[in-house]
Ligand binder design. Structure first.
Ligand code: 6PG
Length: 239
């Protein structure tokens, strides 16, 4: 009987939210230090990474000059809107002006969702240097992902057509959440040297178990990262 591959990967379990942020900041800083230039980092949104981004902003051991920052998804709102992932990153990682990445690619939200998705995809293709993702030539060096209690990651939301998008790299997600979203699709999310899931809280524990076991009924469970996978979990999410 074939065991579902799942995205088991390695896991590191820490005590609580504070330790989770510390472990995430340390892992991201070390991975950037050890990586080649340019180092393409895709940031996740939501609330979990806030504390880790704030810790990263205070470190002086990260060679940000080789880093190119991208976003895994975005809420289709203006960049100063309280729900904007870009605003969250600006208020945490980019606050204080010490983090000066070589390039920063926010997902545009100033046209139609379709036009903005296409524009971001074109930007990714430009940076990648090709329009087809080659296996073994990852688009990203580090893909930071969160996990919803419903098993979504980025804005791969259960029941939405984007789950079957295997050609485009970026797509609009018009339904499934209160705001329209833009998201990287499976091919783009999977094209990374390292995938780092950062998950905390007891409400996420059932989804963590199912995703790590490869339950493809959950959007994150159907992810097939090309490179290594590391789960950073607090005890509650790992229960
Ligand atoms: C977003 C994120 C999303 C997030 C999960 C977990 O835009 O909201 O990209 O995928 O990572 O929803 O969110 P929390 O960290 O807030 O629980």
């Amino acid at each position: 009987m074939s065991i579902p591959m799942g995205i088991e990967g390695r896991s590191e379990i820490v005590a609580d939210a504070k330790a989770l942020a510390e472990a995430a900041a340390e892992t991201i800083a070390r991975t950037i230090r050890e990586g080649d230039a340019p180092f393409r980092l895709s940031l996740s949104g939501g609330s979990t990474p806030r504390a880790a981004y704030a810790l990263l902003a205070g470190r002086d051991d990260v060679p940000w000059e080789k880093v190119e920052l991208f976003f895994g998804d975005e809420r289709f709102v203006p960049p100063d809107h309280p729900d904007s992932n870009y605003r969250m990153v600006r208020e945490t990682l980019l606050a204080g002006g010490r983090v000066t990445p070589r390039k920063l690619f926010a997902m545009p939200t100033d046209g139609t969702p379709e036009d903005c998705a296409r524009a971001y995809e074109e930007e990714l293709r430009q940076q990648y240097g090709a329009s087809i993702l080659a296996p073994g030539v990852p688009l990203f060096d580090l893909m930071l992902l969160g996990l919803g209690a419903d098993g979504h990651t980025a804005s791969l939301i259960p029941g939405q057509p984007v789950l079957s998008e295997r050609t485009r790299w970026v797509a609009p997600v018009p339904q499934g959440r209160e705001e329209v979203r833009l998201t990287l699709t499976y091919p783009a999310l999977e094209s990374s040297r390292l995938t780092l899931f950062l998950v905390g809280g007891a409400d996420k524990a059932p989804a963590v178990r199912r995703v790590r076991a490869g339950d493809t009924a959950l959007p994150a469970g159907a992810l097939a990262p090309q490179g290594d996978v590391l789960w950073l979990l607090d005890r509650a999410a790992a229960a």
